[in-house]
Structures are given as C-alpha cells and as structure tokens.
Design a protein around this ligand. Structure first.
Ligand SMILES: Nc1ncnc2c1ncn2[C@@H]1O[C@H](COP(=O)(O)OP(=O)(O)OP(=O)(O)O)[C@@H](O)[C@H]1O
Ligand SMILES: [Mg+2]
Length: 440
C-alpha cells in the first residue's frame, strides 16, 4: 500500500488508490512532469521476485503501449521502483463493468450491445496488431460518463496466468477464460472473443453462464454444460443474441460467412454491371449470425495466378435440403503464399465430377467434395456478385457478413458503392454515387 503524496520513480505523485487486483494495486497519480492525472499500476512485491513474470510484464507492457485506440486505455510509461515494477497509463474516470453489473444487475440490452461492440473494436484493433488481451473480463473494461468503454490491461493482466491460477489469486475470473486457455493451450484471438461472449452474456443477464466453486469446476462446465440462453435468463435480452453467445463459446473456424441472398439482395449488383463486391473485415455496430462457406470448386488462375487457382466457388450448407448450395465466387483474399498452397490443401477433396450433394449453376475447372471451410487471411477479399445462387431465408438488410473468429463483423462505415451489402444500402449508395464511375 503506497501512501498519498508518495512520489513513484521521482515523477508520479500518488493521490489515492483506485483499486487492487490479483497482481497489482492501481493508484490515481499526478505526473509531476506534465501535470496531468494518470493511473499507475504497481506490481505486488511477491510477483516482482519472479523473473519470468517480470520479463513478461515488461514485454507485454511494450506491446500494449503500441496500441492507440479510442477503446483501449493508453500506456504512457513503465519502470522500476523500490524493487517492483509499474506501468503508468491513462486514467479513466468511470466504473468498471463489473462494478456496474454488481450494482445494477443486467444492463439495458441496447447499452450492453453498444458496450460489447466497443470491446470488439478494441479487440479487433489489437488482434490485427498481434496483441491478444488474454484476460478480457468486466473488471478490465471501464465505462466513462459518456458510455465510452475502455479496455485496460491489454496483454498484461495474464502475464503469469498459469501459476496465478494455481495460487488461486485470480479466482473469480476463470469464468471468462476460454477452455483452450484454461487448459493451457495456445491462446489466440478467438480466445479473447470467447471472453467477450461471456461478457455479453453477463451484461445481458447479470450473471455469468458458467459458474463453479473452483477453476476446474468452471472449466468442466464450459465443455459439458449447456448454459441457458441469455433470453431465457432475462426475457428483456434480445433472442437474436442467443446465437451470438452460442457462437462465441463454441469452437469455430474463422472464415467467410454468408448471411443470406435473394432476388432483392446485394448479389443483384451484378445486374448493374458491377463485377465484384469487396468484403472488408471490420466491425460495424451490429452483430449478425453466420454460416460457414465451404469450398466446392476452383477456377484455373490466369496471369499472375497461372498454376494456382484464380477463384474458388463457395457453398453454404442447407440443412433442410441436405445440399451445399453455391453462393458465390471468391476471387481474392488470400495471400500469394496461401493461394499457392491451396491446390495441395484441397487435393484430398478433389472430385472427378460434381459431388452428389452440391447444387451449383457454375462449372468450375475443378470440383471438391465440400469439406474445407474457407479461411480468409487478409483484411479484404473480393466476391463475385454475378453468381447469384439464392440460399436460405432472405432477411431484410442482411447481406454478406464476414466472420472474424467466432464473431461476425459486418461492413465498414467508409464503404463505397461497390461495398454495399444490402438492398437499402445499394439504393442509397447508388443514388448518392450515381454520377461517380463505379470503383472510381
Ligand atoms: N487506467 C485506469 N483508470 C482508472 N481505473 C483503473 C485503471 N486501471 C485499473 N483501474 C481500476 O483499478 C482496479 C484494479 O485493477 P487491476 O487491473 O489491478 O485489477 P482487476 O482487473 O480487477 O483484476 P486482475 O488483477 O485479475 O486483472 C480496477 O477496479 C479498475 O477499475
Ligand atoms: Mg485489470
């Protein structure tokens, strides 16, 4: 415990303690040099003795320091002081989501969604830069007076996760850890999104989906128990989000997803002579459910892509009819290296004729038994809207959606006419951009 007026590392004058967690105390302090308020997180002494832990704490602080985003608490400085280590960061006046849920229970669904979308933006931004949070939980999200959510502790909080779980000092947060993380497997961006799914659940219902006395009991429930959907716990929670949560906590591959198509859908853009629709991976303030698209065919590449595939034909599974219906052609979105590796990856699925359960109007150069869910590795890919196989129910305003691990992003706000996804957007964009050459 550091007394008020103590000056940390000759620069940060402690004003008060903001709170304490499993590995550190956080103080409100004044930066004597710049005269501004900030938060100083001071590692508990017993962790400072663990060399490996300290090394990771420092390294992670550096990676988090590179993240400048409106929904991420910025890191200003880090250092050593009186035998321990500290991180100086932006001070956020507000309450953590944990405090809010403790005080008022479930949030208004609109606020819950808005908050989760902000967390996703932060996660998305960090993931793109190779930083995984590892400890997303309501304690690490501070909501300010304006409703802006700020995620703290990027990559820092779990610097020593494994032993901390053993000592039990972080008990109470196991509820937010993905099974892979709890089991000590490799932690990926999808693991963070699992945690976001649990946060979404808690904000909507006021309770966590998997409860248990110990970390082990919780981990067991995660893989064996079927949690009640959020809307069953809290009738005010939109039922549409049940699927979101289910998806967040179920294993799933990253891939391209197709929302729905139909006579009125974006695919009709082809009729206006637009050859391709660009999909860009980015979140918009909406969450949608997703369908996996599998590769069922490929077209021989030309030019730069001779010898590999120029485009792949994608299908979605229609469970009612038990067929894979071709949905679109994907022309880009793979790196050159991935594209070059694709023929070999797909070879085991190759079929000399159109596979039995495939419904497609186009004739690709090579057919595949549906099996491989397309993984999109770039931030952008190009789809042919000319191939207009309609599949499933047509939903208003639903176009193509891209799945970022376990969550769906929709469309970026800075889109151009060729980026439109829904009928309404197409009309709007078409009207506003009528005199502009498409793609220009
Ligand atoms: N930048 C900040 N601005 C304002 N308050 C903060 C800031 N960072 C942390 N806090 C507050 O300090 C408290 C302690 O944070 P800390 O990260 O040490 O613990 P935690 O997130 O609750 O748990 P854990 O140690 O498991 O991560 C939290 O209640 C949080 O609200
Ligand atoms: Mg924290």
């Amino acid at each position: 415990m550091v007394e008020p007026d103590t000056i940390i590392d000759g620069r940060y004058k402690v004003i008060s303690r903001l709170g304490s967690g499993g590995m550190a105390d956080v103080y409100l302090a004044e930066d004597q040099l710049l005269g501004r308020l900030l938060a100083v997180k001071l590692l508990h002494h017993h962790f400072a003795e663990d060399q490996e832990f300290v090394e990771r704490f420092r390294r992670e602080a550096s990676s988090a320091a590179g993240l400048s985003h409106p929904n991420i608490v910025g890191i200003f400085d880090r250092g050593e002081w009186q035998g321990t280590y500290y991180i100086a960061m932006e001070y956020v006046a507000g309450r953590s989501l944990k405090t809010i849920v403790r005080e008022q229970g479930a949030l208004d669904p609109a606020i819950a969604i808005d908050t989760v979308v902000q967390i996703l933006r932060a996660a998305r931004f960090a993931h793109k830069r190779g930083v995984i949070h590892r400890d997303l939980k309501p304690h690490n999200v501070i909501l300010d007076e304006e409703g802006r959510a700020r995620v703290t502790d990027f990559g820092i909080a779990r610097a020593g996760a494994s032993d901390m779980t053993l000592t039990g000092s972080i008990m109470g947060t196991a509820q937010y850890l993905s099974p892979e993380q709890a089991q000590g497997h490799v932690v990926t961006a999808a693991s963070d999104l699992y945690s976001v799914g649990v946060i979404l659940y808690e904000l909507l219902t006021g309770v966590v989906p998997f409860e248990g006395e110990t970390a082990v009991a919780i981990a067991f429930k995660q893989v064996s128990a079927e949690p009640r959907p959020p809307s069953a716990v809290n009738p005010a929670a939109p039922a549409a989000l049940d699927a979101m949560f289910a998806q967040a906590v179920t294993e799933g591959c990253e891939g391209l997803v197709c929302k729905s198509t139909g006579p009125d859908s974006s695919y009709q853009a082809g009729a206006r002579g637009w050859q391709w629709i660009k999909l860009k991976r980015d979140y918009r303030t909406e969450l949608a459910d997703t369908v996996d698209l599998v590769i069922i065919g490929a077209f021989a590449g030309r030019g730069r892509r001779v010898g590999v595939y120029g485009a792949v034909l994608l299908a979605a599974y229609d469970a009612g009819a038990d067929v894979f219906r071709a949905v679109t052609k994907c022309g880009a979105g793979f790196s050159d290296a991935d594209l070059a590796a694709l023929p070999a990856r797909l070879a085991p699925l190759q079929s000399p004729h159109k596979p039995a359960r495939v419904d497609a109007r186009q004739q690709p150069d090579v057919w595949f038994e549906p099996g491989l869910v397309l993984e999109i590795l770039s931030a952008e890919l190009t789809l042919s809207p000319n191939y207009t196989a309609a599949w499933g129910q047509i939903e208003d305003d639903a176009g193509l959606a891209m799945r970022f691990p376990r969550f769906t992003g929709r469309w970026r706000t800075d889109k151009a006419p060729e980026d439109a996804t829904t009928t309404r957007e197409l009309v709007e964009l078409f009207l506003t951009a009528r005199h502009r050459p498409i793609g220009g």
